[in-house]
Ligand binder design. Structure first.
Ligand code: NAD
Ligand code: USQ
Length: 382
């Protein structure tokens, strides 16, 4: 298939590009490289050194003979987006290109506004470009499990059958997201649903859980293909961050009680889910929703796992229950469905001690690049 990967220089996007190319698809990347700028703004960087995008692509071409066209530009610029769609004529558009950090969106008014404008306007431009240039193409859009929040009932995959005053209907599952970032995904979902309904577009909204691990077969083929490994208090996420803290001798930062339960997925499964969704497109007029995660964990359970594995490797690891900078439930019911990608053929990589060991070793190999001053999560919700 001809697959356009928006955000193909990012943490999920880059390994997906290489996975799709390896599987024989014709892939192009769109990215304005703003994620690399946010590191500069925050004074931090990936634990793994990451090559510039041109070097990444040249390395891949040297190893495989496959060319990956790169379009450098902003999805907020419709002239740019139009040019890309006219030229590349994608059959499938995989859309990762958004500001994805909840803490970044909560820094202040300007960061909240930027996050929502960037994400919502970018996605609207993509919807218009599909309608104008490739109306039969399938949009595979990255949403988030956070759209649902933590309701006291089971979470379905996107829709809920409701009986009210004796009548029945199927409606979009109620949303209660925990940050202005997560809210931008809710707004995207509504816009996509509307575009499918009125224009007959096809879309799959992938409500992804927290992605852990950084290693895929393709990224490990050459140091210039390595994936990014975020660990700082703004872009670092639960399990990966705990591994970076463990190798630095920094007490694992469990927010509050640590009973916050979320869906998690290995990056090796993210890339496979994307291909499965692309190969099995939605019908015209349909917005499918898949919950893209493979296991539920509480953050305390994950911290305990990392602590045990790191101790077995001889590291002295402590844990601290730091004051929670976010407004969120620390003890709650959580039971989310996630069968639709399995039905399409996903065989999950469930979390093992070995995966944690690999992450710990990867962080330890670049310990000199970890600045412990970047660990505290300083952005407060209130
Ligand atoms: P990332 O920040 O590493 O990658 C996003 C990429 O998009 C970056 O390379 C960035 O430069 C680019 N980008 C952002 N805005 C753009 C714009 N306006 N125009 C062009 N390029 C732009 O993020 P990630 O971790 O790879 O996440 C990818 C997607 O998956 C996001 O939409 C995110 O919300 C979603 N997601 C991520 C996770 C996770 O744990 N990382 C979990 C669930 C969902
Ligand atoms: N947490 C800790 N300690 C830490 C970091 C986080 O206890 O050091 C807690 C947070 O308070 C929260 C949970 O872990 O309760 C998850 O936080 P996170 O930073 O790992 O992930 P989150 O902010 O939810 O965002 C990440 C990605 C985002 C994606 C989301 C999927 O950055 O792009 O949408 O995961 S989900 O959580 O399912 O919404």
């Amino acid at each position: 298939m001809r697959i356009l990967v928006l955000g193909g220089d990012g943490f999920c996007g880059w390994p997906t590009v290489l996975h799709l190319a390896t599987r024989g698809h014709t892939v192009a990347i769109v990215d304005n490289l703003i994620r690399r700028q946010w590191d500069i703004e925050l004074g931090t960087h990936s634990i793994t050194p990451i090559a510039p995008i041109t070097e990444r692509i040249a390395t891949w071409q040297a190893l495989t003979g496959q060319a990956i066209p790169f379009y450098d530009g902003d999805l907020q610029d419709y002239d740019f987006v139009s040019k890309v769609f006219r030229e590349f004529q994608p059959e499938s558009i995989v859309h990762f290109a958004e500001q994805r950090s909840a803490p970044y969106s909560m820094i202040d008014r300007a960061h909240a506004v930027f996050t929502q404008v960037n994400n919502i306007v970018g996605t609207l431009n993509v919807l218009y470009a599909i309608r104008e240039f490739t109306p039969d193409a399938h949009l595979v859009k990255l949403g988030t499990m956070g759209e649902y929040g933590t309701p006291n009932i089971d979470i379905e995959e996107g829709y809920l059958e409701i009986e009210h005053n004796g009548r029945r209907d199927v409606m979009i599952y109620p949303k209660n997201p925990p940050s202005f970032y997560h809210l931008s995904k809710v707004h995207d979902s509504h816009n996509i649903f509307f575009a499918c309904r009125i224009w007959g577009l096809r879309a799959t909204d992938l409500n992804q859980g927290i992605v852990y691990n950084v290693v895929t077969d393709e990224c490990e083929r050459d140091a210039r293909l390595w994936n990014r490994y975020d660990y700082d208090g703004v872009f670092g996420t639960a399990l990966n961050r705990f591994c970076a803290e463990a190798v630095s001798g920094y007490p694992l930062t469990v927010h509050g009680k640590g009973g916050q339960t979320r869906g998690f997925i290995d990056i090796r499964d993210t890339v496979r889910c994307i291909e499965l969704a692309a190969l099995n497109p939605a019908e015209p007029g349909e917005m499918r929703v898949y919950n893209q995660f493979t296991e539920q964990w509480s953050v305390l359970q994950l911290a305990e796992l990392v602590q045990r594995v790191a101790r077995e490797m001889g590291m002295a690891v402590e844990m601290s229950h730091v004051e929670n900078p976010r407004v969120e439930r620390e003890e709650h019911y959580y039971q989310a469905k996630h069968t639709k990608l399995i039905d399409l053929g996903l065989e999950p990589h469930l979390l093992t001690d070995e995966t944690i060991r690999v992450l710990l070793e990867k962080a330890a190999a670049h310990r000199d690049r970890i600045n412990t001053a970047d660990f505290p999560a300083l952005v407060r919700w209130k």
